[in-house]
Design a protein around this ligand. Structure first.
Ligand code: ATP
Ligand code: MG
Length: 388
């Protein structure tokens, strides 16, 4: 008998054309997490990992996108006695009822799946005190018959689903210290997008603590891909220029137009195809539909807003689940919260925004910002282990 981890791909199997690429990237993402000797055996619908610490590694796999189910399986030879003995061995002794579900990948096998389940079920009844319950069993005994052997397992851990990070190329996440943008990043990674993060800071109006908080959030997101980078934009001069030259009520609109311009330019530079942010319809003055129209006007790049339609409480639920919430609520000032006007315009007019921002040479300031971006990649790795 060999003990292995079996992975079910789920959604991947429906994507016939890309399947090879998906499996390749999923394998790379899994390999990143295994620090011991291992062997990976793959086919079109399953992956098996041979390693020593099956329990620990199967828990780690619960953080990998593209995996829908994780089970510790026993691989035995295709004979009834071995299957029976191993089944009895892995079935929980404290439970009373069971049901057998058989799948045959090897269609040439001598009997049908139904007959096989019946036969093994009968043998278990004869050799133990378990009773059969086909509707509501305490134990489901899964048996998969394949050419190379028979795989037996009872429990399945749920994977987090989605697509392997990397199958969709790269996106640039506008990452603030708030609750929404890390959740937006997580949801986008779940669809297979690799992300790098852009954070606008305005020292000395924003603190080193605020930056560390964003770094911490980036490091939590990094656990899902290992490829996250945090690019820090020195935004002070632009904010001060807006403060000096533009009317109070348009300051946020214009600041966000600047953020989008910088994000687009930088996204192109790092070859990211989309921009992602944590905007949510109606949440604040700059996220009304009118504001979105006026702010979005500066770029043609697709802007993905994964939480656009979520209630704040729904976003908070995800933030708690992915462990970013506690960091997000730390009370440090963000560049959006300084220079905040009392009455930001709720329905900004594009022509006015354009006119006000002409009052300073923002192109020059934007280029200066971009050439002074600092990139951080030294994230702590242990976060992941902490979650286990
Ligand atoms: P909160 O969770 O408190 O709403 P937030 O981060 O969502 O915080 P908003 O003012 O709602 O803040 O900003 C909307 C979006 O704009 C953010 O989700 C984020 O994607 C982007 N953004 C805001 N401020 C910054 C910043 N300083 N750096 C990078 N992106 C930012
Ligand atoms: Mg928000």
């Amino acid at each position: 008998m060999t003990e292995l981890i079996m992975i079910k791909y789920g959604e991947l199997t429906t994507k016939k054309d890309n399947r090879k690429e998906f499996i390749k990237i999923l394998t790379q993402n899994i390999e990143r997490l295994i620090k011991e000797e291992y062997e990976i055996i793959k086919d079109n619908s399953r992956m098996y990992i041979k390693c020593k610490n099956v329990n620990k590694i199967s828990k780690k796999l619960q953080k990998i996108f593209g995996i829908h189910g994780i089970s510790i399986v026993h691989k035995v030879n295709n004979n009834y006695e071995e299957v029976l003995n191993n089944a009895l061995n892995i079935m929980d002794k404290s439970k009373k009822t069971f049901k057998v579900i058989t799948k045959r990948a090897d269609k040439n096998f001598e009997i049908s799946s139904m007959e096989y389940s019946k036969k093994i079920g009968g043998l278990i009844l004869k050799n133990s005190n378990y009773k059969v319950d086909v509707h509501n069993p305490d134990i489901i005994l899964n048996i998969e018959i394949r050419k190379e052997g028979t795989y037996i397992y009872t429990d399945e851990l749920k994977g987090i689903g989605g697509y392997p990070v990397g199958v969709q190329g790269k996106g640039l996440l506008m990452l603030s210290g708030g609750i929404d943008s890390p959740v937006a990043g997580y949801l986008t990674m779940k669809r297979g997008v690799n992300i790098e993060c852009l954070y606008f800071e305005s020292p000395p109006h924003t603190s080193e603590e605020a930056k560390n908080k964003v770094k911490e959030l980036a490091s939590i997101l990094n656990e899902y891909s290992g490829k996250v980078k945090l690019h820090v934009v020195p935004f002070t001069k632009i904010q001060e220029a807006i403060y000096k030259n533009c009317p109070d009520n348009y300051m946020i609109t214009i600041m966000r137009r600047m953020m989008y311009r910088i994000s687009e330019k930088y996204a192109k530079k790092i070859k990211a195809k989309i921009i992602i942010n944590g905007e949510s319809i109606g949440q604040v003055a700059s996220q009304t539909l009118e504001s979105m129209v006026c702010i979005n006007e500066v770029t043609n790049m697709p802007i993905i807003r994964p939480v656009a339609t979520y209630d704040k409480l729904e976003i908070i639920d995800i933030a708690k689940k992915i462990n970013t919430y506690e960091t997000s609520i730390l009370p440090y000032e963000d560049c959006c919260t300084i220079f905040v006007p009392k009455h930001p315009v709720i329905k900004p007019e594009l022509e006015k925004a354009k006119e006000y921002e002409k009052k300073f040479d923002y192109e020059k300031l934007i280029n200066e910002c971009i050439s002074n971006i600092e990139t951080i990649t030294d994230f702590k790795e242990n976060k992941f282990e902490d979650l286990l």
